[in-house]
Design a protein around this ligand. Structure first.
Ligand SMILES: Nc1nc2c(ncn2[C@@H]2O[C@H](COP(=O)(O)OP(=O)(O)OP(=O)(O)O)[C@@H](O)[C@H]2O)c(=O)[nH]1
Ligand SMILES: [Mg+2]
Length: 191
């Protein structure tokens, strides 16, 4: 069987990025959304979905809780590696709880199995405020000190200033961010 790339989209932004990646109809990639129960799974069969944590649980902006949830469920992450992917990509928007807290933990779990693991993340927009910015910065530093091969960082504000009109709708802004994350993955896979 051909070696496969495993792409894990973590949290809402990670899942939104998977929806963009799915449009590329990659033949050799397995796309899995990892979320807490607070979130809606994607409505497409191209993307698998797993929920971590108990029902009714959400990481609600708290990376520490999310990190603990994935540690407590690390066997589920190891199970995803049974298909022996040649590499793993982790995709998330930093600044919330789920993606920010889970990525460094997942990176270390994957690394232990000797599979190369990369991350593609976004940093929040200025309009999201200082708190998200600080959560994102702490998360990025935890990620870069985990066993990650490489971290690709998309800065929301830089993307917006280059690609968007002066007064974009927030939904357009977020979709552009998802597209940016997706393009970085596709460039990595085909480059
Ligand atoms: N691409 C994309 N980015 C988003 C979206 N919503 C939020 N973001 C960005 O991603 C960051 C993290 O938000 P979420 O993805 O909602 O956070 P989460 O990982 O689900 O964490 P919690 O919901 O707090 O548990 C935000 O600060 C935004 O910068 C989205 O729909 N698409
Ligand atoms: Mg969320």
């Amino acid at each position: 069987m051909a070696m496969q790339t495993l792409v894990l989209g973590v949290g809402d932004a990670g899942q939104a990025a998977l929806l963009e990646i799915a449009k590329a109809k990659l033949t050799n990639a397995r796309l899995i959304a990892i979320n807490t129960y607070a979130e809606q799974p994607p409505e497409t069969s191209i993307i698998e979905s797993i929920h971590l944590g108990g029902s009714g649980f959400g990481a609600g902006g708290n990376p520490e809780i999310a990190a603990k949830v994935v540690q407590d469920n690390h066997a589920q992450i190891v199970g995803l590696l049974d298909s022996k992917p040649n590499r793993v990509y982790l995709i998330a928007g930093l600044g919330g709880g789920t993606g920010t807290g889970m990525l460094p933990v997942i990176a270390n779990i994957v690394h232990k199995t000797n599979i190369a693991v990369y991350a593609i993340v976004s940093l929040p927009f200025a309009f999201e405020g200082q708190q998200r910015k600080q959560i994102a910065e702490r998360g990025l530093s935890a990620l870069t000190s985990s066993h990650i091969q490489d971290v690709i960082v998309v800065k929301g504000d830089v993307m917006a200033s280059r690609l968007l009109s002066k007064t974009p709708e927030i939904s357009d802004t977020m979709q552009r961010l998802s597209q940016s994350l997706s393009w970085h993955l596709l460039a990595h896979l085909t480059g």
